[in-house]
Each structure stands twice: as structure tokens, then as C-alpha cells.
Design a protein around this ligand. Structure first.
Ligand code: F6P
Length: 472
């Protein structure tokens, strides 16, 4: 029976070690949570980094065995590879450029070489698991070269690639010294998926301008092969978040949060630590609200969870310090003896707590400066079984294209975010329910299963189109 080989930088479980004991915990981030529901099907496998640096071969084998039972295959990275491929190239060149922050990019040739070498390592691991009829599905910006490297050895294999972050305008993309190699790597796939139509447009424009590739609508001719680039807005496991509302543990958390916050309205903010998430601007908007609208003093709480991420990368360290300072200032400036405006947590939390927070939050404030999709906004909507709650969403998140019943804001416009907060806190119940219902229809209809299905069906279509074009 043929299988799908899912490949991403991170496995959907992360391994940690304390006093020689290994524990396996779910990874953060949209990709791991999004595809977590499907990789266990049939004899599919998932290849990726287990998030821990283990040099001891015996221990590596022990981990390999344990993961095998979960259909997972680990690709171990050493310290140098983590520093150069993951932190250095993926997160200091591709991440900032793809999120339009070119001044944060640090072009280092040694980091590029490491990116090439680690992408080859992933490609080799795929090739050794590959059997006739298998499909390879590569994910995200850390592995842009992998489709091309696999294609080189297996010209006929079905390869799909999905980019989970925005694809920038070609004017930005062309700044990368190795832009042609990156594009050629992606073009090794048969189907290249993005979250939005704008990402597709930017990719097609980069391929035409930088590689002079012939495109016809969303079809690219790469030597004698046809490649398709298309938008597939990613869904999430909406049923899972909806059902969590009835989980006894979640209900217990809901009750205790309600008791603690009695009489207060909750504004929820949940992100990984990242400068693309607009956390500073969000805090500025909240401060402006307290400054201009003293009627909200002691009436609202910003419940802000920042999940630690990439904190060894310099820009992330700076951001963490800036958030700490700003939260400290706002709390010191506005707090009273009975109340402090921001409950700030620098920590990851289990899904039961996150679900309880989604359930008690009157407003969910999601204002990234750029985001491929943003699954937090969809998780909030899926959790609101009673159709209440207001979502404030950045127009620069991919999710804004689908969730247009949210209050859409420009994340740089502090005063607009303040006004949206006032609108949200005073929204008539009927309007709130209407908006939430419309958004729930979207997240339940276009869920993760639907996303995987249409993506895989489209991959079959591409293969058919390729066969027909060879026959003609
Ligand atoms: O969804 C985008 C993404 O970059 C994933 O590729 C990644 O797994 C996740 O966010 C979290 O980032 P990291 O793996 O660097 O912690």
C-alpha cells in the first residue's frame, strides 16, 4: 500500500530531557497542530527534527524506536546545524524576508551552506523511505530545496510543497543572494501551495522575473514538466476545539477563570514570541485605550500569552526584552490596588487551558504585522459554541481573507486597534452572534480534513495534466 511521506523541519512532537528521562510533548505552531490530526492515517509517515540535540548514538536509536511506533522518523541535527541552518538561515534570512522585514536579514554564506547540507540530509532520509507509488509532501520555508533534491534522484515521483508563511513580493525575495537556487528547489515539486492568492501571485512573478520561466495563469513550465502554483487556505481541526468546550478538565478551568475574573471583560492575546505577530503594537494600542478611556480602568484585562520560540535568535531576544519592559510600564502606570491591566505569561500551555481561555475571552485580539494564515483566530472561532465573542483580526493575516466578519484592522494603526477594542467591548449581542455564526460556518466547512483532501486531489490533477501534456 502506497503512503504519503510528510516532511517538515519539526516533528509534531518535541522531545525534552530532564535528568536523563525523555518526554514527548506536542510541538507549538500551526503546522504541527494543523497536520497533527492526519499523519497517523494508513501507513503514512512524518519525517522531521525532534527538537532536541542528542549526539549519543545509542540514545538516538532509542528515540528512533519510540518514535517509529507513532509513524514518526527523526532527523537529528547537531549544534552547528541548529545554529546555522535553523537559526541562521531559516530564521535570520528567510523568516524576516518572507515577513517583509528585510532589515532584520543577516546573509551569511556559511549559514547558506549549512541550509543546503541539511536540506540534502532531509532529501536523503526521504529517498531511503520512498517506495514506488508514494507521495512526498514537503512543508515550509526551512526545506525549500528539498523538492528539487528529491526530484533529481526520482524524476517521476509525486511531490507537493506547501509554504506556511507568506511568500513576499519578488522585489523583496530578490534581495536573497541565493534566490534562484531557492526557487529552483521549490519548482522540483509538482504542486506548490500557498495560503492566499497574493502569495501565489508573488511566487509566479518571482519565477518569471528571476528565472524567466514561462507561466500560463498559474501553470509554470519547468523544462518539460508542468508545475501548478495555487492557493489552499489552511483550515484547522474545528471539531476538536468545539468538543473541548465539553471536556471536564476544560470546564474546571473555565469555572476557575470566571471566578478569578468576575466582573471583568477579558481580551485574549496568544502568540509565539515573534516580531511578525505585532505584539508591541498591540500593547501600544491597549495602553492608548487605558489612557484615553478611563472608563475601562478596573473593567478589562488583557490576558497575554507569549509562547517562547527561537529565543536564541538575536531579534527574538530583543523583542522579549521590549515586551517585558512595555508590560511592566503599562502595569505600573495603570494598576490599582485591586487590579492590574495585563496578565502576561511567557510560557506554553496545554490545550485544555488554551481552550478554557478561548471560551472565557470576550474579545480575541490577533494583530500580526504579517502572517501566512494564523490559526489562533480560527481556533478562537471554533471554540465559541454559543456564537458569542468578538474577533479583532489583522488584515495582513491570511485568515482575514476568509474571516471577513471579524473586526479587521491595520496592525500598524494603533488608534484603529483602540477603536476596534471599543467596538468589540460594546458590540450589540445580535451583531456579535451574526458575525460569529458566519465565521464558524467558514472554519467548520473548510477544516483541516477538507484542506488535506483538496490539496491531495489537486496533486492527482497535476499528475494527470502532466501525463496529458506528454501525450500531446
Ligand atoms: O507555521 C509556521 C512555522 O514556522 C512552522 O514551520 C513552525 O514549525 C512553527 O511556525 C513554529 O516555529 P519553530 O519550529 O521555529 O518553533
Amino acid at each position: 500500500m502506497s503512503k504519503t511521506i510528510i516532511v517538515s523541519n519539526r516533528l509534531p512532537v518535541k522531545i525534552t530531557e530532564e535528568n536523563g528521562t525523555l518526554s514527548f510533548i506536542p510541538s507549538e505552531g500551526g503546522l504541527a497542530t494543523g497536520l497533527g490530526s492526519i499523519y497517523k492515517e494508513g501507513n503514512n509517515i512524518w519525517l522531521g527534527w525532534p527538537g532536541i540535540n542528542i549526539e549519543d548514538l545509542a540514545k538516538q536509536n532509542e528515540i528512533r524506536e519510540q518514535l517509529k511506533a507513532m509513524n514518526l522518523i527523526p532527523i537529528f541535527l547537531d549544534e552547528e546545524e541548529i545554529k546555522r541552518y535553523y537559526e541562521g538561515f531559516s530564521n535570520e534570512v528567510l523568516w524576516p524576508i518572507f515577513h517583509y522585514l528585510s532589515t532584520y536579514a543577516n546573509y551569511d554564506y556559511q549559514n547558506w551552506l549549512s541550509y543546503v547540507q541539511v536540506n540534502q540530509k532531509f532529501a536523503d532520509a526521504i529517498l531511503s523511505s520512498l517506495e514506488p507509488g508514494d507521495t512526498v509532501w514537503v512543508h515550509d520555508y526551512q526545506l525549500l530545496l528539498v523538492p528539487g533534491l528529491v526530484r533529481l534522484k526520482q524524476p517521476e515521483v509525486s511531490i507537493a510543497f506547501f509554504n506556511h508563511i507568506p511568500f513576499p513580493s519578488q522585489e523583496l525575495f530578490r534581495l536573497i543572494p541565493w534566490r534562484k537556487e531557492l526557487l529552483l528547489g521549490m519548482l522540483g515539486a509538482d504542486l506548490i501551495g500557498f495560503h492566499t492568492f497574493d502569495d501565489v501571485r508573488h511566487f509566479l512573478s518571482a519565477a518569471t522575473h528571476l528565472l524567466s520561466i514561462h507561466t500560463d495563469a498559474n501553470r509554470l513550465r519547468v523544462e518539460n514538466r508542468i508545475v501548478l502554483a495555487e492557493p489552499f487556505p489552511m483550515g484547522m481541526d474545528s471539531d476538536k476545539f468545539s468538543k473541548l468546550g465539553a471536556n471536564p478538565e476544560v470546564i474546571e478551568h473555565i469555572n476557575s477563570f470566571r471566578q478569578n475574573f468576575e466582573g471583568k471583560r477579558i481580551i485574549l492575546s496568544i502568540d509565539r514570541l515573534d516580531y511578525s505577530k505585532g505584539i508591541i503594537q498591540r500593547l501600544n494600542a491597549f495602553e492608548l485605550l487605558l489612557e484615553k478611556n478611563s472608563e475601562y480602568i478596573e473593567k478589562i484585562i488583557l490576558y497575554m500569552i507569549v509562547v517562547p520560540s527561537r529565543d536564541t535568535v538575536p531579534q527574538y531576544k530583543l523583542l522579549k526584552d521590549e515586551i517585558d519592559r512595555l508590560v511592566g510600564n503599562i502595569n505600573a502606570r495603570f494598576r490599582t490596588f485591586e487590579w492590574h491591566p495585563i496578565a502576561y505569561f511567557y510560557h506554553g500551555y496545554p490545550i485544555e487551558i488554551i481552550s478554557a481561555l478561548y471560551n472565557i475571552a470576550d474579545v480575541c485580539l490577533v494583530t500580526p504585522m504579517r502572517d501566512g494564515m494564523n490559526l489562533v483566530s480560527k481556533e478562537y472561532v471554533a471554540s465559541r459554541n454559543d456564537n458569542t465573542g468578538v474577533l479583532i483580526l489583522s488584515e495582513l493575516a491570511g485568515a482575514s481573507k476568509e474571516l471577513n466578519d471579524a473586526l479587521l484592522v491595520n496592525p500598524n494603526n494603533i488608534s484603529e486597534i483602540r477603536k476596534a477594542l471599543i467596538t468589540a467591548l460594546n458590540m450589540p449581542e445580535e451583531e456579535m452572534r451574526e458575525r460569529m455564526k458566519a465565521m464558524r460556518n467558514v472554519v467548520f466547512k473548510f477544516n483541516i480534513k477538507h484542506w488535506v483532501k483538496i490539496f491531495m486531489n489537486r496533486l492527482e490533477d497535476v499528475k494527470r495534466i502532466q501525463r496529458n501534456s506528454m501525450a500531446n
